[in-house]
Design a protein around this ligand. Structure first.
Ligand code: SF4
Length: 362
């Protein structure tokens, strides 16, 4: 992309600021094949969580029969994929994998190893809680072939964690991130802006501190991915009861988009991509309140790019008047239904499309 004061000419190339999209480029990855273990290994049901509604699958008790069923189904489903489609990354999601009762972590990882030996799986990940990892446990799971650990951190702020009854503090969450990276895993971090205890402008600042903490893990312990899930009130949760009682107010959508955009800029600046922004709305998921929008991720990305351009423009020696954009980035720049066109106009910037070749990209 280019910011220019007037259409650049060969005699005025120095007046242009040329820049790439600030998002770090992502390594090509195999498709993720999720195996859901709804709430298995969890110490209870968290305030905001409704795994059956979020995953579309019934809760598992930690008895052998349901976990055996999941194991058998996962093997059959992976083997049923056409071999020509290539191997997948097997992902054990929806519960606290590292706290599954013995010998279930081993059994699932044995299955992954078996499928890896057959060329059907090339990588294995799991999700878990920050208070469910220890160096010894992680070393064992790493030796058994687990590659990536996604931590449901949610926040590093003690007050928010306490108000959300997570059962651990910020130091534990940060220590777990470091522990995972030091054990040789790729790290994933999930944050939930707008948790109970994170309301108003102070809550937005808390979220910015959370994001800065994640960015601060780079470069040595940089996460491979971050997921940003603004807190929603789901039917059937403790949070729904608090909300009905007037004891919890979710974030508004515009403030959420702005906070997410600022978060993306911080993460991108640290070389950390966001794998997901906003909850995937499964059929059957009843969202009672909260900052939901089907294009939340796109809205946040477009706002982040706008903030980036705005900051860059302020550094130019002459005020830029036009932003030239390759056609494939048009949606990224102008956002949903060109909603940011007026914001660029407010900066005094006209957005024009230029063929990729004009940028030396064609
Ligand atoms: S630990 Fe995670 S999966 Fe388990 S109940 Fe809490 S939020 Fe849900």
């Amino acid at each position: 992309m280019r910011l220019v004061p007037a259409k650049p000419t060969p005699s005025r190339p120095d007046m242009a600021a040329r820049f790439a999209h600030p998002e770090p480029s992502r390594q090509p990855r195999p498709p993720v094949f999720p195996v859901f273990l709804p709430q298995a290994g969890c110490p209870g049901c968290c305030l905001y969580c409704n795994q059956p509604a979020q995953t579309g699958q019934a809760l598992l008790s930690a008895t052998d029969a349901p976990l055996s069923d999941v194991l058998a189904r996962a093997r059959a489903d992976v083997l049923a994929r056409p071999e020509a489609a290539g191997p997948v990354e097997l992902a054990f999601y929806g519960g606290t994998f590292t706290a599954l009762p013995a010998p279930w972590p081993e059994r699932f990882l044995d299955l992954a190893a078996e499928l890896r030996a057959l060329g059907r799986v090339c990588r294995v990940r799991c999700s878990t809680r920050p208070d469910a990892v220890t160096p010894a446990l992680l070393a064992d799971l790493r030796a058994r072939g687990l590659d990536l650990v996604e931590l449901g951190v949610q926040s590093f702020q003690d007050a928010a964690l306490a108000a959300s009854r997570r059962g651990y503090d910020g130091a534990t969450a940060l220590g777990a991130c470091r522990m995972v990276a030091e054990a040789g895993f790729s790290l994933g971090v999930q944050l939930l802006p707008g948790l109970p205890g994170m309301s108003g402008p102070e809550g937005v600042e808390d979220f910015a501190r959370d994001v800065a903490a994640v960015a601060g893990l780079a470069p040595g312990g940089a996460p491979e991915l971050v997921r940003l899930y603004p807190c929603l009130v789901l039917e059937g949760t403790g949070l729904a009861e608090l909300w009905r009682a007037g004891a919890y107010a979710p974030w508004e959508l515009p403030a959420t988009v702005d906070a997410l955009a600022r978060a993306l800029l911080t993460l991108w600046g640290a070389g950390v991509p966001a794998a997901r922004v906003g909850l995937v709305e499964q059929a059957g998921l009843r969202i009672l309140a909260g900052p939901r929008h089907p294009a939340l991720g796109q809205m946040a990305r477009a706002r982040a790019l706008f903030l980036h351009v705005s900051g860059l423009r302020a550094t130019l020696p002459a005020p830029a008047r036009t932003l030239f954009v390759p056609p494939r980035w048009q949606g990224e720049v102008l956002g949903q239904g060109n909603e940011l066109a007026k914001d660029y106009a407010g900066l005094g910037l006209k957005v024009e499309l230029w063929a990729e070749a004009e940028f030396g990209l064609g």
